[in-house]
Write a protein that binds this ligand. Structure first.
Ligand code: DAK
Length: 258
């Protein structure tokens, strides 16, 4: 499928999606979000793909939702059409790991999109922020919910009240970003990490994702029980026998993702 706002490619078991609206710093409009949902779903359904990487350009991951497309909306249009909610939800339904590789601006909806991914790797020029207050709105795609969970209440309030940008270094220290790389190395390093993950059993990666996601939703005892049941389920897989046998036999594991 050819997209107008994205570039996609496959590198072995890794599916790479690049946001590609350079003239507007990858501002997120309806077409882009529709295409992103389509590309994510296609990789989700493709058995050979086990990890997905989402990135932008050197200058911007995404500078937010497209302000030109939003400005003239009435409340009734936004409400009745469920303004851009429908095509933002696809990412939440993806069960394979999705890694964000963020260089440059990740603002507003761009920051929220990165936070919807499972891990954020960032370039040292990355800038994160929720500047919606400057536009007379509040973050609308999870910024007030995911940001405090990632960086704590104090920084989240500070960022959302002032609209200031968090540097890459600050974002890493605050726990929003997992690892930082020099800008030129961001994508190669993220792809290397993705390949490393993709060599592990897909079903185990998916279970890890499901279980960590529940750490945000469930009381501790329920989360621990959920984790325990998934752990026990691993003993029904070929790859658990293979992984443990390979360790004991001092040889590399040959996982079959089953
Ligand atoms: N929308 C539309 N165009 C944008 C844009 C955006 N968010 N950001 C940048 N552009 C355009 C600029 O208008 C400019 O276009 P031309 O003038 O060349 O035609 C071009 O990209 C280059 O931008 P600049 O000339 O401004 O570049 P600078 O390097 O000087 O500045 C900047 C970069 C990122 C600091 C600046 O462009 C900026 O402040 N951009 C706006 C950032 C922002 O306010 N983002 C938040 C938008 S509100 C929801 C889902 C999502 C959302 C809400 C609800 N639901 C699921 C319900 C999200 C809302 C938002 O994200």
């Amino acid at each position: 499928m050819t997209y107008t706002t994205l570039l996609t490619e496959e590198q072995g078991a890794v599916g790479l999606i690049r946001l590609n609206r350079p003239a507007v710093l990858n501002a997120l409009n309806d077409t882009l979000m529709d295409e992103l949902g389509h590309a994510l779903t296609a990789f989700e359904q493709q058995a050979e793909i086990r990890v997905i990487v989402l990135t932008g350009s050197d200058k911007a991951f995404a500078a937010g939702a497209d302000i030109a497309a939003m400005r003239d909306l009435s409340f009734m249009q936004a409400y009745q059409t469920d303004f851009i909610t429908r095509n933002w939800e696809t990412l939440k339904r993806i069960r394979k790991p999705v890694l964000a590789a963020v260089a440059g601006f990740a603002l507003g909806g761009g920051c929220e999109l990165a936070m919807m991914c499972d891990v954020i790797y960032a370039a040292d020029n990355a800038k994160f922020g929720q500047p919606e207050v400057k536009l007379g709105v509040l973050p609308g795609a999870g910024g007030t919910q995911r940001l405090p969970r990632a960086v704590g209440k104090a920084k989240a309030m500070d960022l959302c009240f002032t609209g200031r940008m968090l540097t890459a270094q600050e974002a890493e220290q605050a726990g929003l970003v997992a690892r930082l790389f020099p800008a030129a190395e961001l994508l190669p390093e993220t792809l290397k990490i993705a390949q490393q993950m993709a060599a592990y059993p897909l079903q185990t990666l998916m279970m890890i994702k499901e279980s960590i996601q529940r750490a945000y939703e469930l009381p501790l005892q329920e989360g621990l029980l959920y984790e325990r049941r998934l752990f026990q389920a691993c003993f029904a897989t070929h790859d658990q026998k293979e992984g443990m046998s390979a360790f004991l036999e001092k040889r590399p594991a040959q996982f079959k993702h089953e």
